[in-house]
Design a protein around this ligand. Structure first.
Ligand SMILES: Nc1ncnc2c1ncn2[C@@H]1O[C@H](COP(=O)(O)OP(=O)(O)OP(=O)(O)O)[C@@H](O)[C@H]1O
Ligand SMILES: [Mg+2]
Length: 302
């Protein structure tokens, strides 16, 4: 059982107010396209402030899982609660209001190539708010600074940015509406190791500074070790969830090969070379998040 109290109110908390308990609750999820069943009987909980990694072989349904949680794909069965609301029961306007409280960086989430970085960030602000052009521009500039892009990137077009800068611009767009939950689908794919490491650090800092919950699909073992509190592994249409140490104790060939293969061992070794606190996140970041998984590096309820 979760040691933290259940989320008391389904309505939106005021900003800065700490949430506790799960902000995402998936139970008995079944998704399918025609005859192809992607998930069946999938259960998953993500707690407030947690950084949850999602891994699994190609085509196992990681991206579909994110889309189902966000309400872009209607499940064939099961229940999904996000921020205390049952997404299957929401009217379209209510679903949009819920989606407003989440930010998404899709796997193929290319920026609009004909729009500048600033205009890209303004897209969700135009769609979901009635803010005027001056405020929209100011918010876009703020987000550009937040993700560590230089101010002059505002007027650049995606083709004029490096791959790492484009990822940051995409992240700035995902943060435009001050989401409570951030969904990232392979955010460091295609980045060089230093660029990927810097992006990881950025996600960790933002998660802490803004109290964000992060659900992140990634193939990057370094990312999993460096910033994820727990990992969900998609296997046989369901997820196995735990810390990496817990997962490695499971009698599962795919998990063992994944974490104990040459790349897994290298990522684990590089983790051990860095000073860390017991939560498995970098100690030099001065973590202060309260969460059940912070007890002795493992969740009390796991
Ligand atoms: N809109 C759709 N219509 C039909 N089938 C789909 C749709 N979206 C995804 N699928 C199928 O669902 C399965 C899971 O796709 P998904 O994109 O979730 O895989 P993934 O785990 O994210 O893979 P990868 O690691 O390659 O990104 C695939 O077989 C895919 O072809
Ligand atoms: Mg995918």
């Amino acid at each position: 059982m979760n040691a933290a109290p259940a989320n008391p109110a389904p309505d939106q908390p005021s900003r800065g107010q700490a949430r506790s308990g799960p902000v995402i609750e998936v139970s008995g999820l079944r998704t399918q396209f025609g005859d192809q069943v992607i998930h069946d009987g999938l259960d998953l909980q993500v707690d407030a402030g947690e950084i949850m990694g999602v891994v699994g072989g190609s085509g196992t349904g990681k991206s579909v899982l994110l889309r189902a949680i966000i309400g872009l794909i209607r499940p064939a069965a099961g229940r999904i609660r996000v921020l205390g609301q049952d997404t299957g029961r929401l009217k379209p306007a209510e679903l949009r209001a819920m989606q407003r409280r989440t930010g998404v960086l899709f796997q193929d989430g290319a920026l609009f190539s004909s729009l500048s970085v600033e205009q890209n960030i303004e897209v969700p602000l135009r769609e979901h708010t009635r803010l005027g052009p001056r405020l929209r521009r100011q918010i876009a500039e703020l987000k550009i600074g937040l993700v560590g892009l230089p101010p002059d990137s505002a007027n650049k077009f995606p083709a004029q940015l490096s791959g790492g800068m484009r990822k940051r611009a995409g992240l700035a767009r995902a943060l435009a509406l001050d989401p409570e939950i951030l969904f990232l689908d392979e955010p460091t794919a295609g980045l060089d190791p230093i660029g990927a490491h810097n992006f990881d650090e950025l996600i960790l800092e933002l998660s802490q500074a803004l109290g964000l919950t992060v659900v992140m699909v990634t193939h990057d073992l370094d990312t999993l070790y460096a910033i994820c509190h727990r990992v969900s592994v998609l296997i046989d249409k369901r997820v196995k969830v735990g810390t990496i140490d817990e997962l490695m104790r499971l009698p599962d060939d795919w998990i063992r090969d994944y974490f104990r293969g040459p790349r897994g061992r290298a990522a684990s070794a590089s983790r051990k070379q860095r000073p860390r606190d017991r939560s498995g996140t970098p100690a030099d970041k001065g973590l202060s998040m309260a969460g059940p998984w912070h007890a002795g590096g493992e969740r009390k309820d796991a």
